[in-house]
Every structure is written in structure tokens, then in C-alpha cells.
Design a protein around this ligand. Sequence first.
Ligand code: NAD
Ligand code: K
Ligand code: MN
Length: 361
Amino acid sequence: MKTYKIATIPGDGIGKEVVPAGQQVLEAVGAGSGLRFEFQNFDWGGDYFREHGVMMPDDGLDALREHDAILFGSAGDPHIPDHVTLWGLRLKICQGFDQYANVRPTRILPGIDAPLKRCGPDDLNWVIVRENSEGEYSGVGGRVHQGHPIEAATDVSMMTRAGVERIMRFAFRLAQSRPRKLLTVITKSNAQRHAMVMWDEIAVQISREFPDVTWDKELVDASTARMINRPASLDTIVATNLHADILSDLAAALAGSLGIAPTGNIDPERRYPSMFEPIHGSAFDIMGQGLANPVGTFWSVVMLLEHLGENEAAGRVMQAIEKVTADTSLHTRDLGGTATTADVTRAVCALVSGGVQRKAA
Ligand code: NAD
Ligand code: K
Ligand code: MN
């Protein structure tokens, strides 16, 4: 029996609810597919910070390194500054393991009433590739004269030629693997006249390696309008760390809810474990109530299984997700329904292991 070692890091807020649900789905699909998952849970996050003064231990990356993949929840605690939780946990792992490609698929799942009128599933089927290691989130910058009238602060958007070339090549290759072979390169090189101009030049350079990919360029502000007015004109999208962060939350909302959208923080060279997570955060307003939509985590489980090469198991989980979203009695509150995290989890687990279970009346 094939065995995979999976690290789970629920983190904070609803991460503590959706990651155990994702683990249940992995266990259920494993039982039906002859796969065994060995889970190791890491209790890092806000509670760990209160006890130890750090979000994760210094040798945390070493503990994760031996795993085949990581399933992550959220970093963000109501009583700790967001930059402390983000940099102390999620970014530490993404940057420590050079997970430079952040892949964010979006499409309208069956049964979901997406806010874009006149827009069906065929009109919105995107994958956003987010540069995940540098750019606006490079961590370069600082504050001087803190608290004084002459205070100054910078966050430098640092881009390297090697960093841009590798994400551009990854995006072109991904576009090439999809039926439409279509890539849109998001830019802001009218205003940001150094790094973004290099970004544009590298897009032209890498495009020559992919003559069968049709590509175009769009300014990031205009691209938000295009996502709403001409969604079918987009397929694969590549953007900087900040631009793609924002565009992918918009994409998720256009497809129905932030609670549905998955992501993979991928090391394409497979030197380190890749990390899969829903794109949403801790959702302070609903945490601890069992109301979180676990679909974003389940779709992340699909991406995790695909990354391991377990395409049959991945397909079974995706089919189960689509059956469940098609049934409005299994919609959570973010989708206008009354189902709980546990209802949806039970239904998906039953489907991936063979049976069908509806929400109890
Ligand atoms: P959020 O994603 O936590 O919540 C935004 C809104 O979407 C809330 O109204 C929430 O209830 C709703 N929502 C999100 N996920 C949902 C789900 N699965 N089911 C139902 N509703 C859902 O974003 P925020 O409020 O900006 O951030 C809260 C905290 O999470 C902050 O500390 C932030 O830094 C952190 N955060 C972490 C990550 C991450 O770890 N990758 C990502 C985003 C935000
Ligand atoms: K997350
Ligand atoms: Mn985000």
C-alpha cells in the first residue's frame, strides 16, 4: 500500500475547523483508493505564539521537510498583529521551502449562484499564477524615526531576473497544458517603471519558448474590470505577489465565495514539500461556530493529490465536491444555505468512499 506523509497545520480561526475536515476527506479517499496517509499535526499559530513567543519553532522547517506535502489552514489571530502571524508562519514556510509558484484555480462549481449575471461555468475557468517568493512581499524595507513627525517607511517590491523568469516560465508551461493555451500577463509598468518593466521584458523573452501559447498583457487595474466584463477572455493569468493576491480574492468572490477557493504553494522543482490551503483566512466573524465552508480546503486536497500524482483519487474528491455544491441543502451560510462544516464534510466523505449522504432534516 502506498503511504504518504502529510503534515497538517490548522493554524488559527476557521483553519482549526477546515483542516481536520480536509484530513477526514483524505482518509476517506485513501480507504477507497488503496492509499495510506500518515498525518503529523503541528499546533503552530496564535496559541503557540502566546505560549512560546513565536508562531512556529526555529527548527520547524526541519520537522516539515520529511513530509510529502503540507495541508495548511490559516495564520491570523484577533489579538496578534497580522504581519507577525503571516511572516512568522505562512511566509516562513513559503519562503523557506522556495514555494515560488502559487497556483489558484477558479471556476463556477455546479449549483453555485455566482454573482456574475449572464456568466456560466464555461465563461469563468481561470488559473491565477501568483509569484510567491519576492515582489511586494520580499520583506525588504524598513522604518526610521518611528513615531516621530519625520518618520519614513518603505516596503520595497524587489524582483530578480531569476525570480521573474522562473514564474513566467511556469505560467507559460501551465497555459500550454490547458486546452485554450491562453495566458494573460498582468502588469503595472505604466506606473512602476523599474521592476514591472523588467517583468514585461521577461514575458516577451519567455514567450519565445512557447510559440503555441497565445498571450497578452493587461494592466492590473484594467484587469479587474475585464474579469467582470469579459471573463471568458481570460484563462491562465500570471501576476506579481500582491496583484495576484488581490485578483484571486476577486476571482473567488466572482465564482461564488471566498470559502470555495483553493491554492497550492508549489516548489515546481520538488526540492521541498509543497503546501496546499484554502485562500481564505481565519474568518474571525464565524470562527468556532462550525459554519465555515470546507470546500476551499477540499479543493486544496484535490490539488495536493494531483501534486502527488494521485489523479484518480483527486478526480474522486473533485467529483464529490461538485455533487455536494450541486445540492443546495449542503450549502453553507456564505453560499446562502444553512449547512454546517460537519454536514458538508460528512457528505463529501460518504461520496469519496462510495455512499451518498444528505444533510439530516
Ligand atoms: P478572511 O478570509 O478570514 O475572511 C473574509 C470574509 O470571508 C469573512 O467575512 C469570512 O467570514 C468569510 N469567509 C472566509 N472564508 C470562509 C469560509 N471558508 N466559509 C465561510 N465564510 C468564509 O479574511 P480577513 O478577514 O481579511 O482576514 C482574517 C485573518 O486571516 C487576518 O488575520 C488575516 O491576516 C488572515 N489571513 C490569513 C491567510 C492565510 O493564512 N493564508 C489568508 C487571508 C487572511
Ligand atoms: K489560508
Ligand atoms: Mn490573500
